[in-house]
Design a protein around this ligand. Structure first.
Ligand code: ADP
Ligand code: MG
Length: 314
């Protein structure tokens, strides 16, 4: 027997912006300025379509068809790319920047599919449908006045790899296909309802993104591993204050890059969640962190293997 999931079962927690914590987390993200900027604009326009009309009045009066083309895009943004590259972190914090920019309250409803919907047949489909229904209901309580909403809702569909798989892939499980259909139906429902709601989907599988999902996305933002300058930034902000020398920092940047014949370097999360804690715990409790020892530890660590983006291999 299937029952509709309750709100608490659907979403781990709801986040309300503006708030200090997400503001700080957003500021700590490195090398994502372009993604931040585009996401903020797309979300800002969903909340305040009047803003674009004002811009057009100023710069391109009479450009009604242009406005229509931009504003009628479905309210979906896809964040795609390698693991540990900041997709979830950005999705969970960008609402704060939009809330401050538009001076309104924004609620994020985070639905993670990785730990859910693997039980009974039809469970994932039901979760997705219920999440969209709930989003529609919440956003429907926020009517606009003068083309400007009083608030907005963002539905975050995280770890959506199963949904990103093309429905055309012949091996695709029937349940996954039904899930993709429910997702597409939900996006269309929200678009048609013209409520201040947006959907952010995160996936590791850009190459196998379903064409129907791809076509609906107002924007697809790609994420990748940090380059030398970005690794240098992450490492130096943490290690310079401890007295690690520029030479040792340079050696750390090299050791965490594509060396020893491998094609990939460390991910952002390899640096922040594995390497740096390891350096600290190695020194704790009796010694200070030492540059030469840090380089030795980094050389002994392996980066997370790249996500194999092959379509529907299960
Ligand atoms: N661009 C980045 N700049 C700084 N730290 C990052 C960045 N991307 C990821 N991280 C670190 O890695 C952790 C995991 O990132 P997350 O957003 O969960 O990755 P994913 O892309 O797999 O969703 C973050 O909590 C953060 O500490
Ligand atoms: Mg993630």
């Amino acid at each position: 027997m299937q029952t509709t999931p309750t709100i608490d079962e659907l979403f781990d927690r709801r986040l309300v912006y503006p708030d200090f914590e997400p503001q700080e987390r957003l500021a700590r993200l490195v090398g994502l300025d372009q993604q931040k900027d585009r996401l903020k604009k797309v979300l800002g326009l969903l909340v305040n379509p009047g803003g674009l009309a004002e811009w057009a009045d100023r710069h391109h009066p009479g450009a009604v068809a242009l406005l229509d083309t931009v504003l009628r895009r479905p309210p979906l943004v896809v964040l795609a790319g390698d693991v540990g590259s900041g997709k979830t972190e950005l999705a969970e914090t960008i609402g704060d920047a939009v809330a401050r920019q538009e001076k309104i309250e924004i609620t994020l409803l985070p639905l993670s599919l990785s730990t859910r919907g693997q039980g009974r047949v039809g469970e994932m489909t039901q979760l997705i449908s219920a999440a969209f229904d709930y989003t529609l209901q919440e956003a429907g309580k926020l009517p606009a006045s003068n083309g400007r909403s009083r608030g907005a809702v963002i539905l975050l569909v995280d770890e959506a790899d199963a949904l990103a798989q093309s429905r055309e892939a012949s091996q695709m499980h029937h349940e996954d296909r039904a899930g993709v259909n429910a997702f597409i139906r939900g996006v269309d429902q929200i678009a048609n309802a013209k409520v201040p709601a947006a959907i952010i989907m995160c996936t590791n599988r850009l190459n196998s993104l379903d064409p129907a999902v791809r076509r609906r996305a107002a924007d697809i933002l790609e994420f990748s591993r940090p380059d030398d300058a970005q690794r240098h930034f992450v490492l130096s902000t943490r290690l310079e204050p401890l007295g690690v020398s520029p030479q040792h920092l340079k050696a750390l940047v090299d050791a965490t890059g594509a060396v020893d014949g491998r094609k990939h370097g460390f991910t952002f999360s390899d640096l922040t969640q594995r390497l740096i804690p390891m350096l600290v715990l190695d020194a704790y409790p009796s010694r200070p962190v030492d540059g030469a020892r840090a380089v030795e530890i980094a050389r002994g660590m392996k980066p997370t293997p790249p996500f194999q983006d092959v379509s529907a291999n299960c």
